[in-house]
Design a protein around this ligand. Structure first.
Ligand SMILES: CC(C)(COP(=O)(O)OP(=O)(O)OC[C@H]1O[C@@H](n2cnc3c(N)ncnc32)[C@H](O)[C@@H]1OP(=O)(O)O)[C@@H](O)C(=O)NCCC(=O)NCCS
Length: 166
């Protein structure tokens, strides 16, 4: 298997991105704010537009896209040095292979290139694997959102994690 390599996605990648996104939401529904049905309702044309204009990256192994992540830069003059990471997912077969780290480092580099100095994310407090990964990638917990999600009558706490970029 070739080393994982990450790149920014464009509209042409929309079908592959949507396939991975729906796999993420059906396999790990408790890890994301969006439901599978909400994501499935988004037209592919809207996804393609978002990929062309935004900062969404994919990580590839042997030419197959195995992971995705989006960078949402805040827009105000006083906040555009910050970006939120969302929709971060690596397919189970590619977990533990370094693909997630390659994706995260490409996102951090891309963020720096657009003037971002701080990465932020929310992660469910029960998602121990993701928390371990983010901690190794340089994030630290700075707070919590109690009752961040309510699903089937069950509340879940989110951790807020931050990584400062040099
Ligand atoms: C989060 C994710 C991208 C991390 O990628 P990954 O390839 O699994 O990450 P790695 O294997 O490099 O690192 C995972 C860490 O968790 C540890 N780990 C492995 N299995 C674990 C488990 N079942 N429970 C807890 N920790 C676990 C690993 O040992 C490693 O810890 P370390 O850095 O201290 O050695 C990936 O697991 C994923 O896509 N998960 C499902 C979707 C998700 O939760 N996305 C995040 C939403 S905020």
């Amino acid at each position: 298997m070739t080393e994982p390599s990450a790149r920014r996605l464009t509209g042409a990648d929309a079908p592959d991105w949507q396939r991975l996104r729906l796999e993420a939401l059906s396999t790990y529904p408790e890890a994301f704010l969006t439901t599978h049905d909400e994501a499935a309702a988004v037209p592919i044309s809207a996804i393609a537009k978002r990929l062309d204009t935004g900062h969404t990256l994919g990580v590839f192994q042997d030419t197959a896209m195995v992971g995705i992540g989006s960078l949402n830069q805040l827009t105000k003059a006083q906040t555009k040095h910050r970006a939120e990471i969302g929709a971060f997912f690596v397919r189970p077969a590619a977990q533990g292979t370094g693909a997630a780290a390659a994706l995260m480092e490409a996102m951090a580099e891309g963020a720096q290139q657009i003037g971002v100095r701080q990465l932020e994310l929310y992660v469910a407090a029960s998602n121990t694997r993701a928390i371990a990964f983010y901690t190794r990638a340089g994030f630290r917990e700075v707070g919590q959102i109690p009752n961040a999600t309510l699903s089937n009558g069950v509340f879940e706490t989110d951790l807020i994690m931050v990584r400062e970029l040099s």
